[in-house]
Design a binder for this molecule. Sequence first.
Ligand SMILES: Cc1ncc(COP(=O)(O)O)c(C=O)c1O
Length: 418
Amino acid sequence: MPHGRRSESNSDRPPSRHDTEVRGEPLTRLTSLPWLDADLDRLSVDGLRRRRREITPLLNGWCEVEGQRLLNFASNDYLNLAHHPQVVEAARQAASEAGAGSGASALVTGRTPWHVRLENALAEFEGQETAILFPTGYAANVGTIAALCGEQDVVYCDRLNHASLIDGCRLSGAAFRVYRHDDLIGLRSALERGTGFRRRWIITDGVFSMDGDVAPLPALCDLAEHFNAQVLVDEAHGTGIFGTNGRGVAEHQGVEHRVAVRVGTLSKAIGSLGGFVAGPQVLIDWLWNSARTQIFSTALPPSCCAAACAALEIIRSDPARAARLHDHATRLREALSDSGLHLPHGVAGPIVPVILDDPERAVRIAAQLEARGFLVAAIRPPTVPRGTSRLRITISAGHEAADIERLAAAVIEEVRKP
Ligand SMILES: Cc1ncc(COP(=O)(O)O)c(C=O)c1O
């Protein structure tokens, strides 16, 4: 219906709180979903209602929010590559040659030379035969798990796995078993009980996104081999950061050859957008034929592929970036834990959470830090389990050592306030 008619038919009604102004034209909610007001009010009462904001990214780990310049400690652009001149120039050039969008899914007409170049670059980077791209890391996890697991199978999921792993497991129709975080004894007994399935899968994050700790992959591989199961690892927060070649936690822990499937994202340390799986030809051929989040979705814009290729090249040629990131993260972790703040056990990389339990306290302290010039995310249920609301601090290689020291001092002071 044209906007004009919609506003006309409601012109005799006084404006209600459901009316929204878009470019000066009043829009009115056409259908009524009355229960949503109550549902949103409940979220507000519990301190769980999300607030969206506009954030302007600036260079070197800075951003601007509501007119204030802030040091950004809430981004996953760990290696500060999203703004790297070579990465931006590669994206610009691809967009000017290929256009802004790819126009179709990869199997139809969306797989351009930029996509092929990135598939090859990822295969080489990961030391694998070939690779397949997905629109996002979320889509890569959901599509890959649903393509590999089915109703006759069982999946064992760490309780703190990312939502995309959990959603993929649910969508697959496989029997779904959740084990307590890092609970190898619980997992072993679940595997002992879990007989009669066609295949068994252990599914885990490499780095847990809200806790920043790394999964015990060698022990998970031992269990998988003992019980004839397969391991799938999501390397979303590991790629570019862990391992001699930046391939992630599996490389860092020396188990790449024991992990059946590793899923990655281009949206974090690689500074672009998209997901991928690099692996043997047979696995990738299967995903090309059965991963629905890839088949039925438009391929990435070529500019994202070109940016990711440039970023991979920088990661390969400049390992000092990851080293600087780890130095910053170690300095922050030590400062916070020396002062008695509660960090989860085993935090190892650029994700540094400070557990506060109460969601309102997490939001309040994040606001106080913001007033002091630091953007830090307050993470609340359902993203994390109840009683574990937290500040989630993420470091960038673009930060200066002095930025980390100032942040640490501010966090310690704000958390200690009564
Ligand atoms: C562990 C983990 N896996 C997957 C994803 C999804 O990746 P993307 O943001 O590229 O969709 C995320 C992102 O939040 C994540 O934290």
